[in-house]
Design a protein around this ligand. Structure first.
Ligand code: NA7
Length: 547
């Protein structure tokens, strides 16, 4: 049962989700002295790193920059094996964190939340799980993730397929044996691109169904040597300081190029692009020329460099041309960083099916029929992404004030404040939700949000407030910032899942924070510094009389 508190609720802080964000939210709430509990839908902790257990699922942010940086005690006790860890190591790490902070006894797994209803008179949320359990909480922190609801393609006959079929985001716990199998991978985002090289040598045949080609560049992973590990430990303060700084827009340690493209001649630029190609992970964006994301001509030049890389790697010129994006710049879709992706197409077992030329007609019991004919498969892998940003929140039965029902109210796109709260949703926070992260390393954004939320809960407790609800004006100012700056973002409204473009019928609204950490800190910092929350914090009595 729920923990006992001195008040009329079962628990002061109820966290939903035990992924990277939820684990941190729970730890901070307990550390601050709140009674707190977590409900998690999965049978284990880890969030995306629990569900996405497909072959070669791994970070493309450096492990030690993605992991937690708020505790030297924790940092000192974990030794990452690789610059970019694989899913099993990440899952082990998150379980280690849970035990390190003695959180497990506060987490209840296998408890999917199906409804959350605000009761103004009691200043409390009533949260119900699929198993019919009900918990009343003063504050809810919904850390339900932006990539937690799998998106399946709308294909005729999908349910008729008699072989094995798996979505990357709901991968089985029993390892899937690809040996000697005929496999279809639908989707070539980071997940599809990671799986292909991992299985190409095992299978009898693998067909990658590609709708939109991506600018995939090598991850350039490396093991973490003893020297590197020692360096990380010795430099913890500096690393945490850099990653945690509001002045660090991407949340990485990468050193920017420090120059615009105009500083170099054509030959120098080509040499520079070669260096960028060989840089780790997101370095292709973060260490590139300052004007790479703002100057179309420079970006096109870099794209041509990348296209030539594809042509030089892939033996079959027709396949190479099909793999080269023609309709978006580098960075306009979230690029995959995966080694040996293009090389996989030189393996005679692998084929590329370009869906714009050869669309799928239907799926049937034995395989997939395209406009060119029928292919038989033992396994179909759906690497078709997620209902990004809003997927989990709009399906959780969240009901706020004055009839607000998130499931319908956000049909035209999310409206929120700070990317973690909303007007008419008192005492409900959703760190890591829509408008939460800018481009870059997600956990650094959600840490900012949770630090602010925890600070606000502590402030509220100290000053006798029991209610937080951003005012309509605060929300409007935040949304104006989002709408004003969104068009300046490099992400493409036609192509990016950051606009919901991958989900059929989903409204195209920008789902990241285009103002980045700088804007987040600017808009929230003053409240924390001055204690002037502009009416967002109130006492129970005031809020009740106002309704
Ligand atoms: P992504 O990046 O959303 O990629 C999904 C892929 O699936 C992408 O290639 C899509 O093509 C493709 N897709 C989606 N629906 C269809 C249909 N109906 N038919 C064919 N192809 C389809 O998801 P990932 O899982 O790879 O990565 C998610 C996140 O994980 C990523 O952002 C990182 O944070 C790590 P499209 O490009 O839309 O034409």
């Amino acid at each position: 049962m729920a923990e006992q508190t001195s008040s009329d609720v079962d628990v002061e802080v109820l966290v939903i989700g035990a992924g990277v964000v939820g684990i941190y939210a729970l730890q901070r709430a307990l550390e601050a002295g709140f009674s707190a509990q977590t409900l998690e839908a999965g049978e284990g902790v880890g969030g995306v790193w629990y569900w996405n257990r497909y072959p070669s699922a791994r970070f493309d942010s450096e492990s030690y920059t993605y992991g937690y940086i708020h505790s030297k005690g924790l940092f000192d006790k974990w030794r990452w094996e690789e610059e970019f860890a694989t899913q099993p190591e990440i899952e082990r790490y998150l379980n280690f964190v849970v035990d390190h902070f003695d959180l497990r006894r506060h987490i209840r797994t296998g408890q999917k939340v199906v409804s959350a209803v605000w009761n103004e008179a009691d200043t409390a949320w009533t949260v119900t799980t699929e198993k019919g359990e009900t918990i009343r909480a003063r504050w809810v922190v919904s850390a339900t993730g932006g990539l937690s609801v799998p998106n399946y393609p709308d294909l005729d006959g999908l349910e008729d397929f008699k072989g094995q079929a798996y979505h990357t985001g709901a991968w089985p716990h029993t390892p899937v044996d690809f040996t000697g199998k005929r496999v279809a991978i639908i989707g070539n985002g980071p997940s599809g691109a990671q799986i292909l090289p991992a299985i190409v040598d095992l299978v009898d045949a693998v067909d990658l169904y590609q709708r939109t080609p991506t600018w995939t560049t090598p991850l350039n992973n490396a093991p973490i040597t003893d020297e590197r590990h020692a360096w990380l430990l010795d430099n913890f303060e500096e690393i945490a300081g850099k990653l945690g700084s509001a002045a660090n827009p991407t949340g990485f340690l990468h050193e920017p190029a420090g120059k615009f493209s105009t500083a170099d001649s054509f030959d120098e630029r080509q040499a520079f692009y070669e260096k960028v190609w060989n840089s780790p992970g997101f370095g292709k964006l973060t260490t590139n020329y300052y004007d790479m994301t703002t100057n179309r001509e420079v970006n096109l030049e870099f794209c041509e460099f990348l296209a030539n890389k594809v042509r030089s790697i892939v033996n079959d010129p027709i396949t190479a041309e099909r793999l080269i994006p023609k309709d978006h710049l580098f960075g306009a879709k979230r690029p995959p960083f995966v080694s040996n992706y293009y090389e996989s197409f030189n393996n005679p077992r692998a084929s590329l099916i370009a869906l714009r030329e050869t669309p799928i007609v239907r799926v049937d019991a034995t395989g997939i029929e395209t406009s060119e004919g029928h292919r038989e498969y033992d396994i179909i892998v759906f690497a078709t992404g997620f209902d990004f940003g809003t997927g989990a929140l709009t399906r959780m039965g969240i009901k706020g004030l004055e009839g607000l029902d998130l499931g319908t109210d956000w049909e035209d796109g999310p409206t929120d404040f700070g990317g973690f709260s909303a007007h008419q949703l008192p005492n409900f926070f959703f760190p890591g939700g829509p408008h939460g992260a800018g481009g870059g390393n997600y956990p650094r954004y959600s840490q900012d949000q949770i630090d602010w939320i925890t600070g606000t809960l502590i402030y509220a407790r100290e000053h006798g407030y029991e209610r937080f609800e951003p005012t309509a004006e605060q929300q409007e100012a935040w949304m104006t910032m989002i709408e004003t700056l969104a068009p300046k973002s490099i992400f493409s409204a036609e192509h990016s899942h950051y606009y919901g473009a991958n989900v059929e019928g989903k409204v195209r609204k920008f789902l990241l924070n285009p103002g980045g950490r700088a804007k987040l800190h600017e808009m929230l910092g003053e409240m924390t510094a001055t204690g002037n929350y502009g009416g967002a914090l109130s006492s129970v009595r005031e809020s009740v009389s106002a309704v």
